[in-house]
Design a protein around this ligand. Structure first.
Ligand code: ADP
Ligand code: ZN
Ligand code: ZN
Length: 732
């Protein structure tokens, strides 16, 4: 008796066996294809499972097996390559396969609803309708007219019938007589076409050639090109070629709401069906986009992280833009890196994958240097504009007003007077990061996190930027009842206030997640900025995400020092990426730009590196240091985290895990901890972590398997949750 091995959405790291649905013949069971959905009983619920294999027998006693209830798809909706990708991801990330498979399907299909082809609604004749003699229905002229239209064509769009003056009631009348029925119009696949691209400069042309020569099969490419060097133009021309071969292109970008420009460039270049996946899509829209990608009617699929799991009819090219961006790593649940999954997917789909960035991750640079990726460079700005010059602005002993030194204020002033734009970067939103009592020293802290509350003066609230908690701004110190409450430190709101006082006659735009709420906020801001009237832009990291500000000609980083002393081993890499990206916003339209870094540490090695070498050189230096310390990408990391209402239970769970696997670790692997996480208490939970280091991927994987197997057997008390994170981003 055959059994069905299914992936079931459950937190368990295993597959489940079921008997075939009642009434299905052995031949039908044998014909079931991998990936079809089945409705099955699971505990007290009914869930949607996905078929992995039909097996001759089960390891479970046959009497203990339950039959599946219903086959939901005659044919799988997902092809075997994508299924293989999911199985790989579940293995590699040691994540429950059911949760990985859930990433594949839109909600409607996860819920077990029937799969529907998409098309526009239309009407066609029934068999009975087709049998009517011409000229029938003479007593009902509207119905006769509708029949005539339906007789002339196989099917007619509902909208076309309506335009001809045929009301829904007339059509319902025909349906009641079983003469006509509703149907879906299959959309004819429109061929894609594109407007001519820019004529490429020699660097760009040789990259396009190299990719062309690499052929249509799998190859992996890193495009390291300075900001504004024409990477996007390369993407567009590669996509054009891909579409000409009748294939689809998948483009991952870090953040869609923030980069309306990128999207616009795609839409302007191609007359093709482009679908976009982003968090703002409603369920129905998401389903349509998914189905268009799957059926092949979409030519270009653009999306953020999770779009890497979009089914594609004929993938021909995968692009990961700003490949260094932290948002490609999912930080909770299924903790995958969309960039790494993209490379694996390209391998399985046998198509090229291109990772592009002005500031590639050390992981990708390392892969390129090791010859695993082809490495391409764009060293100059495409429009001929010079790269900005970077200077430290020593602020020691200087009087700072809202964080700005007099020298910076003067520099801004002269830019404004010259009709130019300035961008100020301050990576802290709100008014001030601390509220303190001047009399007793009390500091406003979050009740649920090890964190201070940020003062938001305009909303008159204290807010926690880690758990979202918020309360009204107190008038008095809760401790000593003094009214001498001081806002300490600096946030964008405060600097904005100062700028408005000082530069009131010019427009000032604050760009942070508080001010940029709403779908079109960024879009209308960009329209304003692109007029290139003199103004000041003040913002957080949001400003660095792939925007072009052609009129910006001075960039200043207000609090560079905040980045200098990160505890994480990636701190320096992130600083170099962020500063290079911020700097890259300057001087794109001809005039050479200037970047000023305000600092108290002009001689700090990371500062000097920033001033004296470009990103590529800094990255190679850092890579040598990673090699010396065995940190990624030279070595491999895994983190097991515990999350518990009780700090001691979390630590002791990880301590027991440590002791259980310690004796049995593969050679070269080592455990560090357990230690409290960088922010131990967050949203009321205590977090601890156990870190595993390994010299190579195979050792790391072997160790991860042991950690998971051991953790599964340890009792988790007090609501403790544990998770494993392969190739974690934030560790120390
Ligand atoms: P990146 O993606 O590297 O930031 P873009 O592709 O956006 O660079 O190009 C930066 C600017 O240079 C854009 O305004 C673009 O239109 C222009 N550009 C790109 N390639 C060329 C080219 N070959 N000739 C002229 N201008 C170009
Ligand atoms: Zn006080
Ligand atoms: Zn909090």
């Amino acid at each position: 008796m055959s059994v069905l091995r299914l992936v079931i959405p459950s937190p368990l790291r295993q597959t489940f066996d079921y008997l075939p649905p009642a009434g299905m013949s052995e031949a039908e069971v044998g014909g079931l294809r991998q990936g079809v959905r089945l409705r099955v009983p699971f505990g007290r619920r009914e869930v949607t499972g996905y078929l992995l294999a039909v097996r001759p027998h089960s390891d479970v006693a046959e009497g203990a097996l339950k039959p599946a209830l219903e086959l939901l798809d005659p044919e799988p909706l997902i092809d075997s390559r994508l299924l293989q990708l999911c199985q790989w991801a579940a293995d590699y990330y040691h994540h429950p396969p059911g949760e990985v498979f859930n990433a594949l399907f839109p909600k409607r299909l996860r819920d077990g609803k029937a799969h529907q082809l998409l098309g526009n609604a239309g009407w066609q004749l029934t068999t009975r309708g087709k049998g009517l003699p011409p000229g029938a229905m003479a007593r009902s002229p509207r119905q006769a007219q509708a029949l005539a239209m339906l007789q002339a064509q196989h099917s007619v769009a509902t909208t076309q019938l309506r335009d001809a003056g045929i009301s829904p009631a007339v059509l319902r009348g025909l349906r009641a007589k079983d003469l006509a029925q509703e149907c879906l119009l299959q959309q004819p696949a429109q061929p894609a076409s594109s407007k001519p691209g820019l004529s490429l400069n020699p660097e760009q042309a040789s990259i396009i050639n190299a990719l062309h020569n690499a052929g249509e099969g799998f190859s992996c490419h890193l495009l390291e090109g300075v900001t504004g060097s024409g990477k996007t133009e390369i993407y567009l021309q590669l996509i054009d070629r891909c579409l000409q071969h009748g294939k689809q292109a998948l483009v991952l970008i870090p953040e869609i709401g923030l980069t309306p420009q990128t999207l616009q460039r795609f839409q302007q270049r191609f007359s093709a069906s482009i679908v976009v996946f982003h968090s703002g899509l409603g369920e129905a829209q998401r389903y349509r986009a998914w189905e268009a990608a799957r059926s092949g009617s979409a030519h270009i699929v653009i999306g953020t992280r999770s779009a890497i799991f979009t089914p594609l009819h004929q993938p021909g090219l995968i692009i990961v833009d700003e490949e260094h961006d932290g948002s490609y790593k999912q930080q909770d649940g299924f903790r995958y890196s969309a960039r790494d999954v993209a490379v694996k997917r390209a391998q399985l789909e046998a198509c090229p994958v291109l990772l592009g960035s002005a500031t590639p991750s050390l992981e990708s640079i390392n892969n390129a240097l090791a010859g695993r990726y082809q490495h391409h460079h764009l060293t100059r700005r495409a429009g001929g504009a010079a790269l900005p010059s970077i200077h430290a602005l020593d602020v020691r002993r200087q009087k700072l007003r809202a964080g700005l030194s007099a020298a910076l204020v003067d520099a801004i002033h002269s830019k404004l007077q010259a009709g130019q734009q300035t961008l100020l970067f301050l990576n802290r939103r709100g008014y001030a990061p601390t509220l303190q009592c001047h009399d007793c020293g009390w500091i406003a802290e979050c009740r649920a996190c090890d964190a201070r509350l940020t003062v938001h003066r305009r909303q008159r609230r204290l807010r926690c930027h880690h758990c979202g908690a918020s309360r009204g701004l107190p008038r008095q110190c809760p401790h000593c009842h003094s009214e001498q409450l001081l806002s300490a430190g600096l946030g964008t709101e405060q600097t904005e206030e100062f700028l408005r006082e000082r530069f009131g006659q010019w427009p000032i735009f604050r760009v942070d997640s508080d001010s940029m709420q709403g779908k079109n906020a960024m879009h209308s801001l960009m329209t304003e900025i692109n007029k290139c009237e003199p103004c000041i832009l003040l913002g957080t990291q949001m400003l660095t995400k792939g925007h072009h500000f052609p009129g910006v000609n001075l960039v200043a980083v207000i609090d560079t020092d905040a980045m200098l002393f990160s505890a994480d081993f990636r701190g320096e890499e992130r600083m170099a990426q962020l500063l290079t990206q911020v700097a890259g916003r300057a001087g794109r339209a001809g005039l050479p730009g200037t970047v000023l870094l305000q600092t108290h540490y002009p001689d700090h090695p990371a500062m000097l590196a920033m001033l004296e070498s470009n990103y590529g050189e800094q990255a190679r230096d850092q890579l040598l240091r990673r090699q010396a310390t065995g940190m990624p990408p030279a070595g491999h990391l895994i983190v097991v985290r515990s999350d518990c209402g009780n700090a001691d239970l979390g630590e002791s769970f990880l301590r027991r895990l440590h002791d259980t696997v310690q004796a049995d670790l593969p050679r070269g692997a080592a455990l560090i901890g357990p230690l409290p996480s960088p922010m131990q208490r967050r949203a009321g939970k205590f977090r601890s972590q156990l870190i595993l280091t390994a010299p190579d991927r195979a050792t790391a994987q072997a160790a991860a398997s042991r950690l998971v197997a051991a953790a599964d057997t340890l009792p988790a008390r007090g609501g403790l949750k544990w998770s494993i994170d392969i190739d974690p981003q934030d560790v120390f």
